[in-house]
Write a protein that binds this ligand. Structure first.
Ligand code: URC
Length: 324
């Protein structure tokens, strides 16, 4: 038997970090779960238990990666924007360490929304009080690649939404599907449609100018173009809005058809986005058969009481890509 190491990756996962940015009495806050993994000349740590032999290939500890994450959370001007913060962390790792050629940084941003408070007849967002209004997360996944040289760094950013739970109690049908001896599903022209949105959009790859500040190792933002990666807050808002608007207003023929409408609109509204992928569980709500008590509850027109099925669910996924 012989074998060789074909790929290696290491770093820190589940680094939890919360940052408050104070502008006088007005505060902005973010809470992130960060994963930062690295690729490079690290083989000997696996194959020869070598943590420290050669200066340039010394193994940076995963503890160090965690500490760098906290350091950047304190000093990075990008900390409030998860795409830029992830790019900063990735750029830092590949620039600081000679033997690290690629960094993969994933961030989950938890939802903290300002609490609306009454002031006389007005309702205003509170300057420093927040509510966790849902388990929805903004997600970011970046790859920072310096394998062609520390002065030729490139970035690839994927971002999106996870765990955004939606439901509509009408405006969804599923008919005319293929039937064979295994088909038991009845056609419905009005049903409940519920899903937990998992959305990922991919920006066109771009180059990252080498950091100039030796301590912060921060990249330079070349300029914000609407719909591009440096407009990631705008893209996120538009993508979330498209998701909710299309879901609510589409007269849905199927999960598949509604999903594709969302993807087309996100690509149309954001010039810098090349691919959009949704993965949508079809969370079934089954009308309760109440014939045992002589009450009709199964036909679409009379169905009012449903069993939310925990499992199984359908799972519908597709990617749309820009063609020009
Ligand atoms: O919108 C749907 N798409 C399907 O592919 C499917 N399959 C199924 O059983 N129900 C549904 N609904």
């Amino acid at each position: 038997m012989s074998c060789a190491l074909s790929h290696a990756l290491y770093g820190k996962d589940k680094v939890r970090v919360f940052r408050v940015v104070r502008e006088g009495g007005f505060h902005n806050v973010v809470e992130y779960n960060v994963r930062a993994l690295m690729e490079g000349d690290i083989e000997t740590s696996y194959t020869q238990a070598d943590n420290s032999v050669v200066m340039f290939t010394r193994l940076t500890t995963t503890y160090t990666v965690k500490n760098i994450t906290y350091f950047l959370a304190k000093v990075s001007p990008h900390v409030l924007n998860p795409e830029r913060f992830a790019l900063h962390l990735g750029t830092f790792l590949v620039s600081k360490y000679k033997h690290i050629h690629k960094a993969f940084v994933d961030i989950e941003m938890l939802k903290w929304s300002r609490i609306p408070v009454s002031e006389g007849s007005d309702v205003k967002p509170h300057p420093f009080s927040f509510v966790r209004d849902g388990e929805e997360k903004r997600i970011v996944s970046v790859e920072v690649d310096a394998s062609n040289g520390k002065d030729k760094i490139t970035g690839l950013v994927k971002a999106g939404i996870k765990d955004l739970l939606v439901l509509k109690s009408s405006g969804s049908a599923f008919t005319n599907f293929w039937r064979d001896e295994y088909t038991t599903l009845v056609e419905v022209d009005d049903r409940i449609f519920s899903t937990s949105v998992d959305l990922e959009y991919t920006y066109a790859p771009f180059s990252i100018a080498s950091p100039t500040d030796e301590k912060k190792l921060e990249f330079v933002v070349p300029g914000v173009v609407k719909g591009g990666v440096w407009d990631s807050d705008g893209v996120f808002e538009r993508a979330r809005n498209v998701t909710l608007q299309v879901f609510a207003t589409d007269d849905s023929a199927s999960v598949q058809a509604t999903l594709y409408k969302m993807e087309q609109q996100i690509i149309a509204e954001n010039d810098g986005v090349d691919h959009v992928k949704y993965t949508l569980p079809n969370k079934h709500y089954v009308p309760v058969d109440m014939s045992y008590i002589g009450i009709g509850n199964t036909k679409p027109t009379e169905a009012e009481v449903f069993i939310p099925l925990a499992a199984p669910s359908g799972l519908i996924s597709a990617t749309a890509s820009r063609t020009k």
